[in-house]
Design a protein around this ligand. Structure first.
Ligand code: NAI
Ligand code: MG
Length: 497
């Protein structure tokens, strides 16, 4: 019997959305780019063009910033924190109800497996909205006792920082947008969101959802476009109060420079080259599982990816064997296939970049324990890869590859300071992982590592935990109280008594 498989309702909705005319959301209106230009959106699993979106530039950014500025003093500013919280919560409910549609859009645009998009990205987005909705009503200042014997009543209060530009990357397109959007809205800001040119679709779909949830016009604007045009215009704009950026360290540096024009506040979440350190007393099965997930999940396109493995000499072979076995068994394929564990990288450029790093490692004396090749000739698939015989001077050990490539190294010594020195020996300092059963070793390493996060025995990221980088991994923190306070200005009021 030949049973015809009907597309599921969410598959139809995602297909209809992607096929529909894509426009940008500016001041409550759906518009084309002022220039009339568009650019192509590609599915990295097939290399096929699936949509065309407006190529916004300075003129569109200017219109969006003006709309956001108007909205800042409009009905939005009259809402109480509780009303803002309710509106953000409503948005989370709407997103949850459409989670499968959004997940499929993410799969088709970014390449990630549908199940990962649904159970990872979408769940995270819904939770992030709810976590930050809770903060809207809890942004307090404090009463401060003056230090000198003057009669003063003094207190601080928090006000929204103003119009915020959100510039997000392509590795977690919706998640990165939501991680910035929800605290910004909870704090009472208005925003211009610029998604990455590789993955603009979920942000445009989010624009429709925001609109349906009743946010006043201009509170959320979505402008699609390239980094050097739309992104740069947003960063340069004299009427933007803050930029929240996640992406490369190189662009982070450009943003810092541009922000100097009007002293915009800047939050930068940049690259990483995070170490995972395995002590001989670790639970090795769990460490193998954790270290593998830490580098291969999301095809290694994760800012906090554990891309440098340091295992004690006595457990190195066992770790290498375990991770290599996993790497070779992971099912690489189209994210719409339910069996797929690892999708393609996001673009041809990224594939060439990752394969170029593997080549560079080889030429500097590393060898490939497993993987190292492109998979197939359609789409942008790269095999999960482990490099050995790597050392600290090599580019593959120093630079962010942003692909499924692990550099595996062993350490001889038992001196924690020397291990930490090796682990800290890059310009980055975003995250790190330590595996040991010894609580003293664990906490001593936590002190010695120069990174914004130390994950012990598989501890992970959570909306309540501040996340961000030391050194060239960034400025400021996202998530938690620090994450939302970053969308406020602190004002001090001093009353002579
Ligand atoms: P990118 O930093 O160029 O892109 C991130 C965002 O910045 C995009 O929205 C882009 O349009 C925007 N942008 C680019 N130039 C800009 C400018 N001059 N002004 C304002 N905005 C601008 O990253 P790209 O080129 O896509 O990826 C290159 C490498 O960057 C990756 O291989 C990876 O190493 C790193 N990266 C790190 C990420 C992270 O999560 N930390 C995310 C994405 C990339
Ligand atoms: Mg794409």
């Amino acid at each position: 019997m030949n049973v015809e498989v009907q597309p599921k309702a969410y598959e139809k909705r995602a297909a209809e959305f992607i096929a529909s005319r894509q426009q940008m959301l500016i001041g409550g209106a759906w518009v084309d780019a002022a220039s009339g230009e568009t650019f192509e959106v590609e599915n990295p699993a097939t290399g096929q063009v699936i949509a065309h979106v407006p190529s916004g530039d300075g003129a569109d950014i200017d219109a969006a910033v003006k709309a956001a500025r108007r909205a800042l003093s409009g009905p939005w500013s009259k809402l109480t924190p509780a009303q803002r919280a309710a509106m953000i919560w409503r948005m989370s409910d709407a997103l949850e109800a459409s989670a499968e549609e959004f997940a499929l859009i993410e799969t088709l645009d970014n390449g990630k497996p549908f199940t990962a998009a649904l159970n990872g990205d979408l769940r995270t987005c819904v939770e992030n909205m709810r976590y930050n909705a809770g903060w809207a009503t809890k942004l307090n200042g404090e009463q401060i006792n003056p230090s000198s014997p003057t009669a003063l009543l003094a207190y601080t209060m928090r006000e929204p920082v103003g119009v915020v530009g959100l510039i997000v990357p392509w590795n977690f397109p919706l998640t990165m947008a939501v991680n910035k959007l929800s605290p910004a809205l909870a704090a009472g800001c208005t925003v211009v969101l610029k998604p990455a040119e590789q993955t603009p679709l979920s942000a445009l779909r989010l624009g429709r959802l925001v609109e349906a949830c009743g946010f006043p016009e201009g509170v959320v604007n979505v402008v699609t476009g390239f980094g050097h045009t739309a992104g740069q215009a947003l960063t340069d704009h004299p009427d933007v109060d803050k930029i929240s950026f996640t992406g490369s360290t190189e662009v982070g540096r450009k943003i810092l420079r541009a922000a100097g024009g009007n002293f915009k506040r800047v939050m930068l979440e940049l690259g990483g080259k995070s170490p995972v350190i395995i002590f001989p007393d670790a639970d090795l099965d769990k460490a193998i599982e954790g270290a593998s997930r830490g580098i291969f999940a999301n095809t290694g396109q994760t800012c906090a990816a554990n891309s440098r493995l340091y295992a004690h000499r006595s457990v190195f072979d066992r770790m290498l064997e375990g991770i290599s076995e996993r790497a070779s068994k992971l099912r690489v394929g189209d994210g719409t296939d339910a069996a797929t564990e690892i999708g393609p990288v996001v673009s041809r450029t990224q594939m060439q970049r990752v394969l170029g790093y593997v080549e560079s490692g080889r030429s500097e004396g590393a060898s490939v324990a497993v993987g190292g090749q492109r998979r197939g000739d359609q789409g942008y698939f790269v095999e999960p890869t482990v490099l050995v015989q790597t050392s600290r001077s090599m580019r593959v050990v120093q630079e962010e590859i942003f692909g499924p490539v692990l550099c595996a190294m062993s350490f001889e010594m038992d001196d924690l300071d020397r291990i930490a020195t090796e682990a800290n020996d890059t310009v980055y300092g975003l995250s790190s992982a330590v595996w040991t059963r010894d609580i003293t070793t664990a906490h001593l390493m936590a002190r010695k590592i120069k990174a914004g996060m130390v994950r012990i025995n598989g501890g992970g990221v959570d909306h309540a935990l501040p996340f961000g980088g030391y050194k060239q991994s960034g400025w400021g923190r996202e998530y938690g109280r620090e994450g939302i306070e970053a969308y406020t200005e602190l004002k001090t009021v001093a009353v002579a008594m």
